[in-house]
Design a protein around this ligand. Structure first.
Ligand code: ATP
Length: 198
């Protein structure tokens, strides 16, 4: 029977790193970001709704939705962001639901759905368990500064705009503390993986 894990966590908390580790162990990954980008291709229902809502200014030269432009529109504008989410989240739910259905049909053992907004978008009905990466604010600020060149204030404003780690952890079946080094993270993920195989 296919097990579906919803993996979420705050910005820079280690979702991608953990899901890469799970992929190496044999899980199939669904990346919600990629699914979202697919929904922006010309001709999709989401494409039409986004253009109707935000105007032709959000169409890129190639015909797809210009994500950078859209990002500028919804940035710091909660009302626009809510309208965008209302278009995108149900579409993405449907698309990911179909992907999971197909993986179940193929008899895949473990599917990991990596989604920063898993809880906010109410996608949990798609998954069997929720795993949450939690990393201290200080470690996230340091890592994103060093590895993505993000200023502390930039990272902090993103952290403040998201659910708190405590809130996420309340909804989690599994919490992955990622304050330690990469080897510690890998050991924790391996332990969880072995638990799944039993
Ligand atoms: P985002 O929400 O921005 O997509 P994320 O939750 O997917 O982020 P990652 O990209 O996995 O987080 O990790 C953020 C950064 O921290 C990456 O550069 C990653 O290599 C690094 N990182 C993750 N875990 C560790 C760790 N345990 N030790 C050191 N660096 C780490």
């Amino acid at each position: 029977m296919t097990r579906v894990i919803g993996l979420t966590g705050g910005i820079g908390s280690g979702k991608s790193t953990v899901s890469q580790c799970l992929a190496e162990l044999g899980a199939v990954i669904i990346d919600a970001d990629k699914v979202g980008h697919e929904a922006f291709n010309p001709g999709t229902q989401a494409w039409h709704e986004v253009v109707n809502t935000f105007g032709r200014q959000v169409i890129a030269p190639g015909g797809e939705i210009d994500r950078k432009k859209l990002g500028e529109i919804v940035f710091n504008n909660p009302e626009s962001l809510a309208r965008l989410n209302k278009i995108m989240h149900p579409r993405m739910y449907e698309m990911m639901g179909k992907m999971i259905e197909e993986y179940r049909r193929q008899g895949v053992d473990v599917v990991v759905m990596e989604a920063a907004v898993l809880l906010e978008a109410n996608w949990t009905p798609l998954v069997d368990e929720v795993w949450v990466t939690v990393t201290s604010e200080e470690a996230v600020l340091e890592r994103l500064n060093r590895q993505r060149g993000l200023a502390r204030e930039q990272t902090l404003s993103r952290i403040r705009s998201q659910l708190s780690s405590d809130e996420r952890a309340r909804h989690a079946d599994v919490v992955i503390n990622n304050d330690g080094d990469l080897d510690e993270m890998r050991a924790r993920v391996k332990e969880l993986w072995d638990g799944l195989q039993r």
